[in-house]
Design a protein around this ligand. Sequence first.
Ligand code: NAD
Length: 353
Amino acid sequence: SAFEKHILITGGAGFIGSHVVRLFVTKYPQYKIINLDALTYAGNLENLKDIEQSANYFFEKANILELAAIKDIFAKHSITDVIHLAAESHVDRSILSPMDFIYTNIVGTVNLLQTAKDVWKGEYEKHRFYHVSTDEVYGTLGEEGLFTETTPYSPNSPYSASKASSDHFVRAYGETYGLHYVLTNCSNNYGPNHFPEKLIPLFINNIINKKPLPVYGKGENTRDWLYVIDHARAIDTVFHNGKNHETYNIGGFNEWKNIDLIKLLCTQMDEKLGRIPGESEQLISYVTDRPGHDLRYAIDATKINKELGWSPSVTFEQGLSATIDWFLNNKAWLENVTSGDYQHYYENQYNKG
Ligand code: NAD
């Protein structure tokens, strides 16, 4: 083949995956990029319509639970590397239906590992399995301290337990069979294409529509926020320069109490929408806390910074402002997603006639 690498990116129609696919397709025309996605409620190919005609981009609709389908795709595209993002990703959904998380996040990941192990056997040093994970595997912090790469795993939700399990399987395939892998644990992402069940896009949408802003508990929970495009840049860095069998934490040293974040969001949106200062804050409404709600996540991103030279490209104020602008300029996207119409994009685009 004329391509240097044939990279399988799973979950490429999702929020983070779409930014990773776009970055790799545009920055590396010498790589063939194969986006594998089952197009669950969270997958939206509209996220990629600007690059779907690129000569190095291919889409495969498949479920990582189907081992035979994965094997076929590995063979068809002579896959040389995997960047694995496909997952069930929403904590609230994991509380309602944990089994979906166990299947996709654990069994699905092992299906990919097993296929990579069999297909690449004898030449593991030529291939790389990159597993994308979350800081939520570390559990919760008190008021002090930061998660480092050596913090013991202590997941509290079915979502984080399933991600923790998948991380352990990746490590085990490295230790037991010699598969070459890298693993990253990233803090909360925000940015364009974020599915509006998550806090920031949900609140942007509600502020636009003057609907209540439901805040869990007292809004004291603290999260460390990273602009999704900076996460994609970090994945590019670790994919190319990360050391085999290593974990890197990804974050921007950017902690926000939920309530402070919401107030900043309200201030920026009042300004952009030409509303009276303080108007949107009045939409805040406190609701019963999520069960097992982790108090605080915060990432120590020293390793990726010192060893690989990565750091975020935007401040939170800049990233949040760009995110709000994106949602205000892409109201059709937001309406398609909230109405469910986006799910017809694949049928219209790929199954013509
Ligand atoms: P997302 O829910 O937006 O996207 C997930 C994608 O995976 C969707 O396109 C979906 O269709 C696909 N998918 C789900 N189940 C599948 C299956 N069985 N087979 C094939 N495809 C399937 O999620 P996201 O927020 O973009 O997260 C991507 C990855 O990054 C996940 O592994 C998540 O754990 C991790 N992560 C997310 C965050 C965050 O803040 N969103 C932070 C750190 C790590």
